[in-house]
Design a protein around this ligand. Structure first.
Ligand code: NAD
Ligand code: DAU
Length: 344
């Protein structure tokens, strides 16, 4: 079977690529990625060694190239991770979020229709449900919770979800959608809360906490998210939405304090800064459906996952230091050199 993975040079996509190569050596993985600032080909260095892995640099909005790739590869399954994913950037400049996250999804689905893929999977987010109040710990997002977005990022993801459902109903495209809570783990770009705080703490730099730091996120180890997607694409029901989360709610400030403690850094590094505009208060997923229908349960407890993650950032300093310095962006040219034509 050929699985086309978009956005595989990013955080979750790369973890998914590695999991598939390990768990399903019988499948071929074709990965496309535009290599935006968030895509890092170095992350896929080991994947390139696998004979059943192919990388091609491509924008999911580039209809001509995407269709040519489908013609050549005839993928059985498409998993669309590619997106602009950072809420703060969407507040600064929404346009690229609408282009990539909505129009890019349309291109991927048009190609999936034309070439008759058996499954088109859209990787979405719990942010499409908006937020929950802090004083109602009894409330959770279910698949029936209405979409009610706060940021240009979450609105673009919700727009894409509506389009996916429309392609299923109108054209019969065999789709599934997953909506996951906040991920953490190896290869996360150091602009997101956990890797940013680890990198800053190690450099004894201020740790910028938005507002009071009382906002709650529902953290899930990235491998558990990838396992859930794998189950959905192989056993999930066409036309369905699956929420993914592990009932692990934590306040931002507690996460930052935990990182200080683990790295033996003083809490005096914590600096409260102006709050994010429209900042969602609390996310909390009810994962009953995916548990009941597909038997999925998270395997990594937060206390173990965060230890593993901190250790990974300690062991792979070069990876994130090259990102912070901007050096990683020249990797593509140096890696491909003569072979640039095939990759582009
Ligand atoms: P990321 O920003 O780390 O990676 C995104 C990848 O997509 C990058 O490699 C980037 O180069 C690529 N990309 C961006 N625009 C592209 C385009 N036009 N064409 C091709 N490739 C393009 O993001 P992530 O955290 O790995 O998130 C992956 C997906 O999962 C996103 O769709 C996101 O909305 C969703 N998601 C993320 C989280 C989380 O906590 N990080 C949680 C739930 C859902
Ligand atoms: O819930 C899933 C979503 O989780 C994904 O769809 C997004 O792609 C992903 O980026 C993430 O969104 P968040 O906005 O929750 O993640 P972020 O790491 O940016 O922020 C987590 C919390 O920490 C949030 O309440 C804002 C806060 N924060 C973040 C940064 C970067 C800070 O207090 N300081 C910071 O410097």
């Amino acid at each position: 079977m050929t699985i086309l993975v978009t956005g595989g040079a990013g955080f979750i996509g790369a973890n998914f690529v590695y999991m598939e190569l390990k768990e399903h050596p019988e499948d071929r993985i074709v990965c496309i990625d535009k290599l935006t600032y968030a895509g890092n080909l170095e992350t896929l260095k080991e994947a390139m060694e696998y004979p059943n892995f192919r990388f091609k640099r491509m924008d999911i909005c580039d209809r001509e190239k995407v269709f040519a790739l489908f013609e050549e590869e005839k993928p059985d399954i498409v998993v669309n991770f590619a997106a602009e994913s950072h809420v703060d950037r969407s507040i600064e400049d929404p346009e690229i979020f609408l282009k990539t996250n909505i129009l890019g999804t349309q291109v991927m689905m048009d190609a999936s229709r034309k070439y008759g893929v058996k499954r088109y999977h859209q990787v979405s987010t719990d942010e499409v449900y908006g937020d929950l109040p802090l004083d109602r710990p009894d409330l959770f997002f279910t698949e029936e919770t209405p979409l009610k977005t706060s940021s240009p990022y979450s609105s673009s993801k919700a727009g894409a979800d509506l389009l996916v459902n429309a392609y299923h109903r109108t054209f019969g495209l065999p789709t599934t959608i997953s909506r996951c809570s906040n991920n953490y783990g190896p290869y996360q770009f150091p602009e997101k809360l956990i890797p940013l705080m680890i990198a800053n703490a190690l450099a004894d730099k201020p740790l910028p906490v938005y507002g009071e730091g009382l906002n709650v996120r529902d953290w899930l180890y990235v491998e558990d998210h990838c396992k859930a997607i794998d189950l959905i694409i192989r056993q999930g029901k066409v036309g369905e939405v699956y929420n993914i989360g592990g009932h692990n709610e934590m306040k931002n400030i507690d996460i930052v304090k935990l990182i200080c403690e683990a790295l033996d850094k003083p809490e005096s590094l914590i600096t409260h800064v102006e709050d994010r505009k429209g900042h969602d208060m609390r996310y909390a997923i009810d994962p009953a459906k995916i548990h009941g229908e597909l038997g999925w349960l998270p395997e990594t407890m937060f206390k173990d996952g965060i230890k593993k993650t901190i250790q990974w950032y300690l062991d792979n300093k070069e990876w994130w230091e090259r990102i912070i310095s901007g050096e990683y962006q020249s990797y593509f040219a140096s890696m491909y050199g003569e072979r640039l034509k095939d990759a582009e």
